[in-house]
Ligand binder design. Structure first.
Ligand code: SAM
Length: 237
């Protein structure tokens, strides 16, 4: 009886404090970074960093930049020489794009991260008239930064989906980028404790052959793996 009653809150606080400790190797590898509710939770960041380290990721795309971008750039610097990895962040907001540009330059990381500024505009894959990243800006930016390489880690933490009108705002990410994902690539969706992201996951799983492992309590994320045949091939069979 006691064992079942104690599972949830203790597990979560243990996981978060452990995750926060694990991140110290990145947090202390540069100057102070802003933290707040907009930043991925420690458990989510650790899952992303684990994927980089355990699977040797070197073509990483983030949708929605911020503190996570700088920490990931620090991790990729620890693991790869200059030019050894591609890290692309897609950001819709000019103010955050400017902050990122300045912060990355301050740390000498600007050569390691390609920032694609893509404002939010109507998008054919968006749900119910919502907007998404400007298709032309996004695809042109990815074409240039990836130079033909497939993405092996996609982190979906944007655009903002934290208001009632925007709960499904992140849906286009997987269908829009499926043909760019390498076989075996990891897809991470943040904020999956919210009903909107739960529905986004349901739609992705019903439309594409990717199954997601939900870690909403410990990390706020879900992780999916692209099948060996890739998503474009799998979707057409
Ligand atoms: C959920 S945030 C992305 C946060 C980022 N992936 C991270 O973990 O640091 C989504 C959008 O909010 C803005 N943003 C970035 N960092 C933020 C923060 N700390 N607080 C509030 N909004 C933020 C940016 O425009 C970003 O694209």
């Amino acid at each position: 009886m006691m064992a079942t009653e104690t599972t949830d809150p203790p597990q979560r606080s243990f996981a978060e404090s452990t995750a926060a400790s694990a991140l110290l190797a990145l947090i202390t590898d540069g100057p102070y970074l802003p933290w707040g509710a907009g930043v991925m939770r420690p458990g989510g960041l650790v899952a992303v960093c684990n994927d980089v380290v355990l699977h040797g990721r070197r073509a990483v795309v983030e949708l929605g930049g911020g503190t996570s971008t700088v920490l990931l750039a620090r991790l990729l610097r620890q693991r790869w020489p200059a030019g050894g990895a591609r890290h692309i962040v897609v950001e819709h907001d000019l103010t955050w794009a400017s902050w990122l540009t300045e912060q990355l330059a301050r740390e000498g990381l600007d050569d390691r991260v390609s920032l694609v500024h893509a404002p939010l505009t109507p998008h054919p894959l968006a749900v119910a008239g919502l907007d998404w990243y400007d298709e032309d800006r996004l695809q042109a930016g990815l074409d240039e930064a990836l130079a033909g390489e497939a993405v092996d880690l996609l982190v979906v933490d944007g655009p903002p989906a934290d208001t009632a009108a925007r709960v499904l705002a992140r849906f286009p990410a997987l269908p829009a980028l499926s043909s760019r994902l390498a076989p075996g690539a990891t897809v991470v969706l943040d904020d999956v404790e919210r009903p909107g992201e739960t529905e986004v996951l349901r739609r992705w799983e019903s439309e594409l052959p990717v199954r997601f492992e939900r870690r909403e309590k410990a990390a706020g994320i879900a992780l999916g793996t692209v099948p060996a045949e890739g998503l474009t091939a799998a979707a057409t069979t």
